[in-house]
Design a protein around this ligand. Structure first.
Ligand code: ZN
Length: 169
């Protein structure tokens, strides 16, 4: 037994989840869903998946970031509960938003930063025309740039799971 081995285990389990998500077909395939279930993580519903597939947050491959986040959260919780200070520190210092953003960089189409913002405004036009007049109601995710879809009720970003919504203005 050693602290170092536990930390290595933690990191390799995180990496395995990352690789599985990355190598899934676009939007999550059956193998990925089985992997999620092995952690007791909840898949996005069919409606949520379809909504994301039709949104302006394009991906070229891989499971949706929010689903990877759900698996990461379970792994982090598992390791931070162990009686091992070094390991607990590694788990507690795991920067969820950063890690999810890193993953998103790998699955999104090649594009400049500008595209994120023009995509966001296209989506805003499409989904919330009425908000043009009152832009202060328009929010986007600080972490991944996804616009908040006003017709749906949710707290965290549906794309990446971040809590960091901010006013777009
Ligand atoms: Zn987001």
């Amino acid at each position: 037994m050693s602290e170092d081995k536990d930390i290595t285990d933690f990191k390799s389990e995180i990496d395995r989840a990352y690789q599985n998500a990355l190598h899934s077909e676009k939007g999550g395939d059956a193998k990925w869903k089985t992997f999620m279930q092995s952690y007791g993580a909840e898949n996005l519903s069919e409606d949520e998946t379809n909504m994301l597939l039709n949104s302006e947050m394009k991906i070229t491959k891989g499971a949706y970031p929010l689903e990877l986040r759900r698996v990461y959260e379970i792994i982090v919780r598992k390791y931070s509960a162990q009686n091992n200070e070094g390991l607990r520190n590694s788990a507690d210092n795991f920067n969820m938003d950063d890690e999810i953003k890193k993953y998103y960089q790998k699955i999104k189409p090649f594009s400049g930063m500008g595209d994120i913002f023009s995509n966001a405004s296209i989506t805003m036009n499409k989904y919330s025309e009425g908000l043009q007049k009152s832009k202060h109601y328009t929010f986007k995710c600080k972490n991944c740039g996804a616009p908040r879809l006003e017709e749906m009720q949710y707290d965290n970003c549906l794309f990446c799971g971040s809590k960091l919504f901010e006013n777009a203005n």
